[in-house]
Ligand binder design. Sequence first.
Ligand SMILES: *[C@@H]1O[C@H](CO)[C@@H](O)[C@H](O)[C@H]1NC(C)=O
Ligand SMILES: *[C@@H]1O[C@H](CO)[C@@H](O)[C@H](O)[C@H]1NC(C)=O
Length: 352
Amino acid sequence: MPGEYVLRCILMLCCALLSANASNWLYLAKLSSVGSIRDEDTCERLQGLIQRQVQICKRSVEVMDAVRHGAQLAIDECQFQFRTRRWNCSTLETMPVFGKVVTQGTREAAFVYAISAASVAFAVTRACSSGELEKCGCDHNVHGVSPEGFQWSGCSDNIAYGVAFSQSFVDVRERSKGQSSSRALMNLHNNEAGRKAILSHMRVECKCHGVSGSCEVKTCWKAMPPFRKVGNIIKEKFDGATEVEQRKVGTTKVLVPRNSQFKPHTEEDLVYLDPSPDFCDYDPRSPGMLGTVGRQCNRTSKAIDGCELMCCGRGFQTQEVELVDRCSCKFHWCCYVKCKQCRKMVEMHTCR
Ligand SMILES: *[C@@H]1O[C@H](CO)[C@@H](O)[C@H](O)[C@H]1NC(C)=O
Ligand SMILES: *[C@@H]1O[C@H](CO)[C@@H](O)[C@H](O)[C@H]1NC(C)=O
């Protein structure tokens, strides 16, 4: 029937639009490390990139290994930060790697976008500092003597380059859509907030030179915070994320807090549009929705890692498991440490 045919076509178009998720480039993390991105032909074959990203890839082939490393960094950090939550950032072998969660405008999607944009800025900046790239190196704008009297020296992280690259590569899909949809605005805001988590926490690291470690001469350089710190900051922003809606101000569209009693979000805060599902149950129709059956929980905690909340009231099982640890370590002259293996029984609780 023609009607049915048209309907099916519309459905397929919707599916195609849905699966073309702006975070699909994270799929780069699934490339094996041996097959590195060496030439322009590889760019054409990479899954998950949109055409404009393929063009960036071709123009900056040498940076792409850092981008892939960034994708892996983002996934690892997400799994660390969410390890005791119902949704724990588990990835799929298909796109988008985080499944349904990132196709909606949830708080979790806000975290994923922020950490991904930050991780690309971070990994590219690291690659610049390490001297492995021709396009960038250390930040040479940092030089001379500081007002505090120390000498700028050594390799200052070129965060401006990493951030600019992240903006062009990660944001490209939203920018090309003319920033019209509220979801594009949400993604762009959270991408920027993620990068701000690095930019606003740059620090000064120093080394002392002089007789037996005295600080007669001090040389310093600007360094990014460790990525774990960046993850912690963005996780805090996740906990305090603001629910927003789109509003027209003059001719431009902006995101404003849904609850007008709340103070407006800053550039560093995360924003989201849609409430999150409860993540309690496995849903075969929603890729990535694994539910919490079998998840480990903490019997005494009242927080989200506690069995009550984690298991969504279904109850839990308790097992005795043997834990093997290193103990009674002794230092032997010279120079090694010898430990014993200690075994102890601990209770482990898992959700029904
Ligand atoms: C996340 O939870 C699922 C079960 O819901 C489990 O199979 C998986 O190992 C967990 N992943 C991580 C990274 O902890
Ligand atoms: C379980 O939660 C309690 C209370 O929050 C905490 O003190 C304890 O360290 C947790 N246990 C584990 C194994 O994480």
